[in-house]
Design a protein around this ligand. Sequence first.
Ligand code: ZN
Length: 134
Amino acid sequence: MEIGTALRFKGLFEEQKLKLLYSNAVLDEEFNLRTDDRLDEVDQSSSELETSMRMRLRNREALYLKKIDLALRRITEGEFGSCEGCGDDIEMRRLEARPMTTFCVACKETEERLELGHVDGRMPKSLGRRLQLG
Ligand SMILES: [Zn+2]
């Protein structure tokens, strides 16, 4: 991958990361304000529901953040854009559509076939846990 292209993706990831961190900070602030407002007229069940929804959102964001950091590290190490499965370059069109992917189309399709087989129960259990591909 050309350095200019890598830098373009680097900028994209850093921007996404900042947005994510910023929206988290805003969410926290709103949440704290509303918690203070409620005082003793709190509807306990809806408050618990909100907390668990926020937790799920948080987990998803944390995972996303981890993927961004991983992509940034791959850029630093000069590995960004190479497939983790076969080592070939990942198609640029695929990277544009899914910048955080670490596998080329062919490897991803192989994984999806394996996954389908797994769901059908045709794959032996000994294959272990499935790979988490981008
Ligand atoms: Zn591949």
